[in-house]
Design a protein around this ligand. Structure first.
Ligand SMILES: Cc1cc2nc3c(=O)[nH]c(=O)nc-3n(C[C@H](O)[C@H](O)[C@H](O)COP(=O)(O)O)c2cc1C
Length: 191
């Protein structure tokens, strides 16, 4: 597997085909992503997958609930709500990734970082099978409604939701900042 090529070519996918995403494939990709992350200790996390029409409807309803409750957008036209709802229900699969946290800040950060590493690996192995991913961290996903849906415990943290589906068109790459622009050489400091 040419990972250099995969890393360079992988793009976030926002337009998905309607064909279903088999939960078995998602599970396989998760296992591969985890195996590729070679930290000493196992990362502590769990996932919730919504891949059936019913479960996608439930997810969409929970995503919309805070918007509906919000006084400012309470009078949001039905059309707009339907658009948001349809955007979620049309995407074949949604994978919520939940990390375990604890009282020790360093330990929690290390685990969170490991889970993010595994998630990036997931994006790469998914790309190799032409399964598109959008990593969603929008503030609206950090809602009580979603936390209840995912049965989250106080010591858990929702890292993100992967929206998943196969795709036809590969988006163009964005311009990248050259590494040299993010690089400072620490001088010796003498004289
Ligand atoms: C940690 C992380 C969080 C992201 N969160 C969002 C998000 O909330 N909404 C979104 O539209 N894209 C999100 N993205 C996708 C980025 O916007 C995307 O990676 C960026 O546009 C670069 O495009 P590329 O992935 O095709 O290289 C996220 C990506 C990462 C790695």
């Amino acid at each position: 597997m040419d990972f250099m090529k995969t890393i360079q070519e992988r793009r976030s996918i926002r337009r998905f085909r309607s064909s279903p995403v088999d939960p078995e494939l998602v599970f396989t990709l998760l296992r591969e992503a985890q195996q590729l992350y070679s930290s000493g200790e196992a990362a502590a996390f769990r996932c919730v997958y919504a891949g059936t029409p019913d479960s996608r409807e439930r997810l969409a309803a929970c995503m919309l609930e805070p918007m509906v409750k919000n006084r400012l957008v309470k009078w949001l036209p039905e059309k707009v709500r339907d658009f948001v709802r349809k955007r979620v229900t049309d995407i074949p699969g949604h994978l919520a990734v939940i990390a375990v946290t604890g009282p020790d800040r360093r330990e929690s950060d290390l685990n969170y970082a490991a889970v993010c590493g595994i998630m990036q690996n997931f994006q790469l192995v998914a790309w190799q099978r032409r399964l598109g991913v959008l990593w969603d961290t929008e503030p609206m996903i950090q809602s009580k409604e979603l936390f209840d849906l995912f049965q989250m415990k106080p010591e858990e943290r929702l890292v993100g939701i992967f929206h998943l589906g196969f795709f036809d068109k590969m988006p163009k790459a964005r311009a990248r900042t050259r590494a040299e622009k993010k690089w400072t050489v620490l001088s010796g400091g003498g004289g």
